[in-house]
Design a protein around this ligand. Structure first.
Ligand code: DOR
Ligand code: ZN
Length: 346
């Protein structure tokens, strides 16, 4: 029997598009299925001011394939020098939909991030006042903290104190990877949301390290042990409004992934929707896929859901290219390691 499911066109609430030849190469992969995406600002140099965001938005729109309909939702990179007035003006104009907090040194291109959280207090208070969400990369950078504990420690040491000190601040816990992250997200009200990536629903830390080191499964936050993956699956498929898709699809060319010091990031833009249909079917939750990919995130960001639809069909084995050949070099598409039978018709 052919199974098929039609849902509103989805959005990706956490995406890396990069710039230049890489942007040109990867943007069609997202625009094919997704109507909108929250665009991460960790370029080199980062997208810090409203002026930077406007220029980056123009470059994204110029890189869209002919006839594609896709709206980039821009973000600003929070630094210790960020001006609350610039942020407020960028929000009021409709250009900027969120501000991204990277603890300095936590991940790719995060060295301009925040070291002293007291220095951004004024910005956070302004954001709470105007309802502009803060997207948080939730990992401490303290070298004394084990990499597998960095998310849970961040919640206690940084996130909870920030939220207590800034009532009304709307926060998205980005790419949560632990049961502690799921529990903390559930402890908040409608001012707290959490994104979960596609790959963290599929791999645990064994996939990266057992039987050989697999650099294409290395991302940050790093995948954790199996009980955490199961907690993420339960959260994503629960239908709860606070959980929504942010793929964190993060392209790096193969030469920099397959390296003595490989870059962090899984590239899932190409096959995310097929993989999610597979995961939701396994969890008996296909009827909740639309909430996760098309409704919950839009509601958190106070956007209307998309008008268009996509149809997912279960048929023969799904195929996608092993690599996307960009002008910057080849980018390996995330391999779930099992056959998938879901196809997206647009
Ligand atoms: O795996 C990741 N890759 N995690 C991040 O936080 C950043 C991203 C990137 O920009 O490559
Ligand atoms: Zn990211």
């Amino acid at each position: 029997m052919t199974q098929s499911l039609t849902i509103r066109r989805p959005d990706d609430f956490h995406l890396h598009l990069r710039d230049g030849a890489m942007l040109q190469g990867v943007l069609p992969e997202t625009a094919r299925h997704f109507a909108r995406a929250i665009i991460m600002p960790n370029l080199v140099p980062p997208v810090v001011t409203a002026k930077d965001a406007a220029a980056y938005r123009d470059r994204i729109l110029a890189a869209l394939p002919e006839g594609a309909r896709f709206e980039p939702l821009m973000t600003l990179y929070l630094t210790e020098g960020t001006d609350p007035a610039d942020i407020a003006a960028a929000h009021a104009s409709g250009l900027v939909k969120a501000v991204k907090l990277y603890p300095a040194g936590a991940t790719t291109n995060s060295h301009s991030g925040v070291r002293d959280f007291d220095k951004v207090r004024g910005v956070l208070e302004k954001m709470a006042e105007i309802g502009l969400p803060l997207c948080v990369h939730g990992e401490v950078t303290d070298p004394a903290v084990d990499i597998f504990d960095r998310e849970a420690v961040f919640i206690d040491r940084v996130l909870d104190p920030i939220r207590r000190a800034t009532p009304g601040l709307r926060v998205v816990m980005e790419h949560i990877t632990t049961e502690e992250g799921v529990a903390y997200a559930r402890s908040g009200g409608d001012d707290l949301g959490a994104t979960i990536t596609t790959h963290h629903l599929i791999i645990n830390r064994n996939h990266i390290l057992a039987g050989g080191i697999r650099p294409h499964y290395y991302c940050l936050p790093v995948a954790k042990r199996e009980k955490h993956r199961l907690a993420l699956r339960a959260a994503a498929t629960s239908g709860e409004a606070r959980f929504f898709l942010g793929t964190d699809s993060a392209p790096h060319v193969d030469a920099l992934k397959e390296h003595a010091c490989g870059c962090a990031g899984c590239f899932t833009a190409t096959n995310t929707m097929a993989l999610l249909a597979h995961v939701f079917e396994e969890e008996g939750a296909l009827d909740r896929l639309e909430a996760y990919v098309s409704l919950n995130g839009a509601a958190f960001y106070r956007l209307l859901p998309n008008e268009g639809t996509i149809t997912l069909t279960k048929a023969g084995p799904a195929e996608w290219p092993a690599k996307i050949l960009t002008g910057a070099g080849p980018v390996t598409v995330f391999d779930p390691g099992f056959p998938v039978h879901w196809h997206v018709e647009t």
